[in-house]
Design a binder for this molecule. Sequence first.
Ligand SMILES: [Zn+2]
Length: 206
Amino acid sequence: MMKLDEIDLKLIYLLMDNSRLSISELAERLGVSRPTVKSRLDRLEKEGVIQRYTIKLNPELQRASNVVALIIKTDEPEKLQEFEEIIEINRFTSKKYLIKVAVEDMEGLRNVIEGAGFEVLEIMPILESIEKEYPPKVKVSFKCDYCGKEITGEPIVYKYRNKVYFFCCETCFREFKKARENLEKFKLKEKDKVEHAHEHEHHAHN
Ligand SMILES: [Zn+2]
C-alpha cells in the first residue's frame, strides 16, 4: 500500500463525506492547487487506495426487503454467487458459511434455499443493521492543527466548515474549538460595527 501523507488523508476524509466534490472544491477546501488535487486523486485511484466513488442510499429503500442471516453447509459454494438475494457471503470452513439473504417474504427465502441447495444450520432474522463508518487505517506522520506537534497514533478528526482538521489530543481539539468560537464572535462584532457605521452615514445624508 502506498504511503499517504496529510493531503492524501484530508482528501479521503472529504470524499468519504461527499464523493461528488469537484476538484476545484477540494482544492479550495484544502488550500492547494487544482493540479495538486488532480494528481493526488489519480495516484490514489491508480494505487487502489480509492477503489470506487459511491453513494449512500436512503435506508428506507433498502428496508423493502427482510434480511436474514443463515449459517449454512454446502458442497457447492459457487451456487451462492448465482442468487442476487444473497447479499453477503462469509466462509468459516470449506463447507460452512454465514450468509445474508434479502427477501420479500418466506416464499422468497425458500426459493433461495432450494435453488442454491444448501443445508440450513441456523437462521436468524436481522432486525437492525448499524452501519459503522470506518476511518482509513493508515499510519502517517503529520502535525496537530492546534499545537503543531507530530501526531502519533490515531488523530482526532474534525470537520468544520468543509475543512478537515487533525488533532493530537482532546485538549488541542477543545482549545481549537474555543479559539474558533472566539474568532467568530470577534468577526461578528466587527461586521456589526461596519454595518452600524453605514447606517450612520445614511442618516447623515438624510
Ligand atoms: Zn496538539
